[in-house]
Design a protein around this ligand. Sequence first.
Ligand code: 4NP
Length: 159
Amino acid sequence: MRILFVCLGNICRSPTAEGVFRRLLMERQLEQRFEVDSAGTHDYHVGKPPDARSIAAARRRGIDLSGLRARAVDARDAERFDLILAMDDENLDELRRRFDATYHHRLALMMSYAPDARTNAVPDPYYGGERGFEEVLDLLEQAAEGLLSDLLSRDANSK
Ligand code: 4NP
């Protein structure tokens, strides 16, 4: 199963989502079953590592994002990934515009996997303070748990 996390710049939210989900897979020894990547709807930061504030906040929770490099969403991502998870409604609308309708069933909001969270979007922390980066991690840790449970139960039901 291939999963792509998408935000605007691919330097704050979606690389954090990738790191959080990868760590969860490692903890459960499930890395072999999933391919995980992230991308941005814009190309402003292509080739750059995640924002230093995202790297620092993730590091405080034992997650290393420093090896990641930003890339822009590509038309082929729609075919390549089984599930493409947007961080907010703008990202989701942009993906709907870019991808052919045959692939729209692969698109969802990341926070739809955390129905108890008080928001359906992971707020963009780029122009805010440190607290925003902690909130991104809190929300993504919640959603990543929900996502993995959902994927594992789908898999169990298909057997
Ligand atoms: P991200 O955050 O979408 O979570 O990576 C942003 C990064 C950069 C910009 C906006 C949001 N920017 O405007 O450059």
